[in-house]
Design a protein around this ligand. Structure first.
Ligand code: SF4
Ligand code: SF4
Length: 441
C-alpha cells in the first residue's frame, strides 16, 4: 500500500497536441468568404429557437454572468463577459428573426466574416462551455448553449482554431484522435493480461459495456486498468469495446454518427449499463443529447466511471479499504457534475476510502471549471489565459488545506497537471477511480 492512500494510480504529465495533424499551420478554407459567412449565418438562423429568442430578449445587462465566468474573474476584462460572447448571434437574431427586425435592419449592423474572425478567440479560447454562467444568471438565461451555436457557426465558416481543426480532421480521416486507436487498446489489453488483469474485449453479450477514450489511451492508461480491476472484483459480466469511439463534435453530423454507432454496439450486446471513461466529453453526448439525436432514450443506463463505482459503494456492492483520514478535496467535472448532477456518488467513495473531504469554496454545482474544457486545453495561444483561470482553482484548493485533489475526469486532470507544472504547484492530482482500484478491500 502507498504511503498515502491517494497515491494510487498514475501521476505523470501527458503531452497532448491538437491531433496528429496533417493540416497546415493555419487551416486554409477552400470556400469563398461569402460562402463561409452564409454557412455560419445559416447555422445560427437554423438553431436559434423560441427559447433562445426569450433569452436574448430578457437579458437585463446586469453583468452577473461576468463574475460567474473564470475567464472574466481571472482577468477583469469585459470581453470575457459570457453574454458578450454571443453578440454576433444576438445581432443576427435581432435583424432576421426578432419581432423588431424591421427596426434592427435599420440600426443594427449586419454580421460580417470579420466579426466571426474576431469572435473566434471569445468562443473558443474564452469559453469551456462549463455552464457556470447559466447557473448564475438571475433571468435563467442559458448562455453556454448559445455559445455552442456560435462555435458550430464558426466551424462551418472554417474558423476553428488550428489545433481543433487538426483534431477534427484526424477524427474525420482516421476515426479517432491524438494518434491512438484500436491497436493501442488491444496492446494495452495484452499488457494488462501480462499483469494478470483480465479484460474481456468485444464480447457478443454483456451486462456492462466499458468504453475507453483517446485521452485515456494517450495519457492515462491507468484508468482502464483501474476500471478493469474494479469490475473484475465486483464480479460483473462486462466487456470492453475495442473501438475508441470518440464523441467529440465539431461537426454535429459526425458526433451524431458516432453516437448512433456506439448506441448500436451497446444495444446489440443487450447491455444494461454503459460506463464511460473518466473523460467529460462523452457524458453529455450519451446521457443527454442521444435521446434528442435518436428520437428516443437509449435502452441502457449511462454512467461515468466515478459515478458507477461510487454508486456501487453506496449500494454495498463494492468495498474499499480505509486510509488514515488524509485530507483531500474533490474537483467536480463540469459535464458530469453541474450538467449531470453527479455529486453524491464520488463523495460516497471518498468517504468509504476513509479520507477527509475538504470542500473548495466553489464546489458541486457551483464548482469552477479547471479552465481547459471544451477543447480549450489544446489551444496554444490560450495558454496564458488558461493559466490565469487555473489560478482560481489553485487558490481554492490551497485554501482547503487538502493534501491532494481527486477528480473523475481525465481532461480536468490534464489541465490541473499542466497548470500545476507551469506554476510549480506541488499538490498531487489523482483519478478517484484509480485510487479506488488501488484500495479494493
Ligand atoms: S447575468 Fe443574465 S441577465 Fe445579467 S447580463 Fe448576464 S445574461 Fe444578461
Ligand atoms: S460557459 Fe463557463 S467558460 Fe463559458 S462563458 Fe459561461 S462561465 Fe464562462
Amino acid at each position: 500500500m502507498s504511503a498515502n492512500i491517494y497515491e494510487g494510480g498514475t501521476a505523470g504529465l501527458p503531452q497532448f497536441r491538437g491531433g496528429a495533424s496533417k493540416t497546415a499551420e493555419r487551416p486554409v478554407s477552400r470556400r469563398t468568404d461569402a460562402e463561409r459567412l452564409a454557412r455560419a449565418k445559416d447555422v445560427i438562423l437554423r438553431e436559434v429557437d423560441g427559447a433562445h429568442a426569450t433569452y436574448l430578449e430578457t437579458c437585463i445587462r446586469c453583468g452577473m454572468c461576468a463574475e460567474a465566468c473564470h475567464f472574466y474573474r481571472a482577468t477583469g476584462e469585459a470581453k470575457w463577459t459570457p453574454i458578450y460572447k454571443v453578440q454576433p448571434l444576438k445581432r443576427l437574431y435581432q435583424r432576421e428573426l426578432g419581432p423588431m427586425r424591421w427596426l434592427h435592419r435599420l440600426v443594427t449592423k449586419d454580421v460580417t466574416l470579420k466579426d466571426l474572425e474576431d469572435w473566434q478567440e471569445l468562443v473558443y479560447d474564452g469559453c469551456t462551455e462549463c455552464g457556470r454562467c447559466d447557473l448564475m444568471c438571475p433571468m435563467g438565461i442559458q448562455i453556454s448553449p448559445m455559445i455552442g451555436i456560435m462555435r458550430r457557426a464558426l466551424a462551418e465558416a472554417d474558423l476553428l482554431p488550428k489545433e481543433l481543426a487538426a483534431v477534427a480532421e484526424e477524427q474525420k480521416r482516421d476515426g479517432t484522435v491524438f494518434g491512438v486507436g484500436r491497436a493501442d487498446i488491444l496492446a494495452l489489453v495484452q499488457q494488462l493480461a501480462a499483469k494478470g488483469i483480465a479484460v474481456p474485449v468485444d464480447k457478443e453479450r454483456a451486462t456492462v459495456v466499458l468504453l475507453t477514450s483517446a485521452v485515456d489511451l494517450k495519457g492515462f492508461q491507468g484508468s482502464l486498468e483501474a476500471s478493469a480491476r474494479i469490475l473484475n472484483r465486483m464480479g460483473v459480466d462486462w466487456t470492453l469495446l475495442s473501438h475508441s469511439i470518440e464523441l467529440l463534435g465539431t461537426g454535429e453530423s459526425l458526433r451524431e454518427l458516432n453516437v448512433r454507432r456506439l448506441v448500436d454496439e451497446v444495444t446489440r450486446r443487450d447491455a444494461a449499463v454503459l460506463i464511460l471513461p473518466e473523460c467529460g466529453h462523452a457524458y453529455p453526448a450519451l446521457r443527454f443529447d442521444s435521446a434528442h439525436m435518436l428520437g428516443e432514450p437509449v435502452p441502457f443506463e449511462v454512467y461515468s466511471a466515478a459515478e458507477y463505482f461510487g454508486k456501487a459503494v453506496q449500494e454495498g456492492r463494492l468495498k474499499l479499504r480505509k486510509g488514515a483520514g488524509e485530507k483531500v478535496t474533490y474537483h467536480d467535472p463540469c459535464k458530469v457534475g453541474r450538467h449531470g448532477g453527479v455529486f453524491d456518488e464520488p463523495r460516497a467513495a471518498i468517504k468509504a476510502l476513509g479520507l477527509e473531504l475538504k470542500e473548495m469554496e466553489s464546489h458541486a454545482r457551483t464548482n469552477y471549471c479547471c479552465g481547459g474544457g471544451g477543447g480549450q486545453f489544446l489551444i496554444e495561444r490560450a495558454k496564458p489565459l488558461r493559466q490565469r483561470a487555473f489560478e482560481i482553482k489553485m487558490r481554492e484548493v490551497d485554501d482547503t488545506g487538502a493534501q491532494a485533489v481527486l477528480t473523475g475526469c481525465n481532461s480536468c486532470r490534464i489541465n490541473y497537471l499542466n497548470g500545476g507544472a507551469n506554476a510549480n504547484w506541488k499538490t498531487p492530482v489523482r483519478s478517484l477511480v484509480e485510487v479506488m482500484a488501488a484500495n479494493l478491500e
